[in-house]
Design a binder for this molecule. Structure first.
Ligand code: DAK
Length: 257
């Protein structure tokens, strides 16, 4: 059996690829387990400073595996499985994650991309929350994260119709940060990851944590966290290095300390 998740290290970045091409990278338990395992391992590895999460040209992920997961599921079976644990574990990864989306990012696939810190899209990307067509609603954060990203009225339009959004529209509504050519999307996403990997990693982690708080807390609590994180960074060697490099007109080299 081929691995359902393939990790490629190109220090200081790593690429984690969902690999179930026959079912458009539908997310089953095995994929989610593997994703948690691989991402956690990379998050613990100081040599890796940015992660690219991706699928293949045809699909980032077409959502939960409908055939494996939803045909026999009952409320009780889903409650017992504690489905959110793996998604929460992915959300808690602090190494910046770039979701590189080509093809379909639907349902749980779109929700997985939205857990990441940055979404970039190939020209071929299509995002959507089509759960309504199955008689259900998004269940891994779609109603919340999509709404916080694109606003109530557009979120409702997308969630109630199941309409798919192409790359340019995804960028226009703030879902995708960049749209890359179909011929180079993954290389372009890796180049972005390398740029991020050159930055001071402790500052990068605290920055994404602070940005996440803008979603999850009040303005006051977010500002408080930001202020403390800002002060904390003055204790790092990387802050000394960054400021010294600026003053002495040289390129900074950050150590993550
Ligand atoms: N699950 C299982 N198999 C899938 C799949 C999926 N989501 N999407 C595609 N496939 C399979 C197809 O069945 C087909 O398999 P074979 O028939 O060849 O065996 C193969 O992939 C190729 O698909 P198509 O032949 O359909 O390809 P097309 O290009 O014609 O269409 C499509 C592509 C993406 C438009 C279409 O496949 C499609 O509509 N797929 C379903 C998309 C969808 O509805 N996704 C949302 C699923 S619900 C939660 C966590 C997660 C979730 C909920 C809760 N908790 C933590 C509580 C997530 C929910 C969802 O994602």
């Amino acid at each position: 059996m081929p691995n359902t998740v393939i990790t490629t290290r190109e220090e200081p970045i790593a690429t984690v690829q969902i690999n179930r091409p026959d079912v458009l990278n539908a997310l089953n338990e095995e994929v989610l387990d593997e994703l948690v395992k691989e991402l956690t391992k990379l998050d613990d590895d100081d040599a890796i400073r940015c992660i690219v999460l991706t699928g293949n040209e045809r699909a980032f992920a077409a959502g939960a595996d409908i055939k494996e997961t939803f045909v026999t599921a009952t409320p009780v079976s889903m409650l017992k499985q504690d489905l959110t644990t793996r998604w929460e574990a992915i959300r808690r990864i602090r190494t910046p994650i770039v979701a590189a989306v080509s093809g379909y990012a639907l349902g749980g696939g779109c929700e997985l991309a939205m857990i990441c810190d940055i979404i970039v899209a190939s020209e071929t990307a299509q995002f959507g929350q089509p759960e309504i067509n199955l008689g259900i609603i998004p269940g891994a954060g779609g109603t919340q994260r999509l709404t916080r990203t694109v606003g109530k009225y557009r979120a409702n339009e997308l969630i109630l119709t199941g309409r798919r959004v192409k790359a340019d529209e995804a960028k226009a509504i703030g879902l995708a940060a960049q749209v890359y050519p179909a011929a180079s999307w993954l290389d372009d996403a890796k180049a972005l990851a390398r740029t991020i990997a050159e930055k001071p990693p402790v500052a990068a982690r605290l920055a994404t944590e602070a940005v996440d708080l803008a979603w999850n807390s009040t303005l006051d609590a977010g500002l408080e966290f930001e202020r403390k994180a800002f002060y904390l960074l003055f204790a790092t060697e990387d802050k000394k290095e960054g400021v010294d490099a600026f003053v002495n007109k040289r390129k900074a080299t950050f150590k993550g300390k």
